[in-house]
Design a protein around this ligand. Sequence first.
Ligand SMILES: Nc1nc2c(ncn2[C@@H]2O[C@H](COP(=O)(O)OP(=O)(O)OP(=O)(O)O)[C@@H](O)[C@H]2O)c(=O)[nH]1
Ligand SMILES: [Mg+2]
Length: 446
Amino acid sequence: MNTSIIQDDHYQRALSSLNQTLHKLNGCSDAEKTRLQRDIDHLHSMVDKLTKGRVEIAVFGEISTGKSALVNALLGESAAAVDVRGGWTTEVWKTAWEGCGYGVPGLADSEVVLVDTPGLNEVGGSERAELACEAAAQADLLLFVTDSDLNDVEFAALLNLINSHKPIIVVLNKADLYSLDQREQLLAALRDDRLAEHVPADQIVVTAADPRDVERVIESADGSTRSEWFKPDPDVAELKARIIEVLEQDGLSLIALNAAMYAADKNDRIAALRIQLRVRCANQTIWSYAALKSLAVALNPVAVVDVLGGTAVDATMVGVLAHIYGLEINSAHAKQLVKAILKAAGLVMLGEAIIGVSSSLLKGVTFGSMTLVTAIPQGAAAGYGSYIVGQAAKYYFEHGSSWGREGPKVVVKRILEQTDKQSVLQHLKDEIRSKIHHNRHATDDA
Ligand SMILES: Nc1nc2c(ncn2[C@@H]2O[C@H](COP(=O)(O)OP(=O)(O)OP(=O)(O)O)[C@@H](O)[C@H]2O)c(=O)[nH]1
Ligand SMILES: [Mg+2]
């Protein structure tokens, strides 16, 4: 296999970072994998890119600056669609640059690929912006095309690309539209002024990717003259030379460094997304168990026993939460955790539950309308207890089954402080009411 030929340290490390990131993805749940499918595909394509030695050069710039024309001129053929109308290129588009004459040493399948992108101001929709971002993230070398002095939008976009820490060549295209003097002035403005601190002068080059027709006067042997329009050849020699120079100097380390940065970036993204998905799923679970507990207590005095023991429903919820965080916990451990949380919450919560219970017991629970007057607040109070237990358990699992240095008391106290109790209670009361609506024996005058 190709990779064994490459002994370069950076290269091997980059490859193993990509593989480790992919390995991490294997541990994701099916729901997480579905959300991360695009990242998984990109990571596979990055592994393929690195093992084959595919060098990607992505072309960016405002609409109609001549990006597609530049790709064609480098290729020496009309592969990309060029049009006088702006916004012509709407997809990120890749093509192999066969005649470029560079290959990563040691990788027989190595190739250079040119990546054409939609114009920057065309990248209005978030989907296209994401595509352009992804193209920049995968590319090893960036070309930024402009056809005049940079406007503010171009300058901001260019700074963004510079921040990706990849080599960048700024291309002043449409040179044929300017006189020699104007060209020099434009170059000086870019090199010595706007980009002086950002791009080395020799990384700013001039091209004419698709020069417009020029009139030529032809003199015949008899001295008569006639004029003829002809299309000059594209002039991208300086750019091509600069690209090859960069690749020959750094080709292998460029693809290695880029792949390593890519893997690190995806790693962070995967971790963030996983957390986000788990938190969402955990919150849904907590709400549904809190509602279940509320309803059980409101409707059924037997369920009240749960509140005193602080267990069955809450322990089941804790087991489900553990599972969401990729942990398994037996029911004895789950009950212990619930008790520990209730204890950490102090008498406030237990008191609330007990008051709820005793008043139901004293009144005796029937499904008459008067009972529901008290049953709904009691149910909501019990559900609130479950909500707090759930939030605390979520914290515990998020931190790898630990309360951290603060201990359960501080954590639970903070959760209590940060919870908008009234709105949780209101939400649970609404839940009970909407369920009771379906019970024809009951009324909802609570
Ligand atoms: N005079 C002149 N015109 C050029 C040159 N390069 C491109 N053009 C013209 O500029 C127009 C836009 O060229 P494209 O290559 O389609 O530009 P683009 O940046 O790909 O445009 P979008 O894909 O729409 O963002 C076309 O009419 C080209 O013929 C050049 O070097 N000189
Ligand atoms: Mg284009």
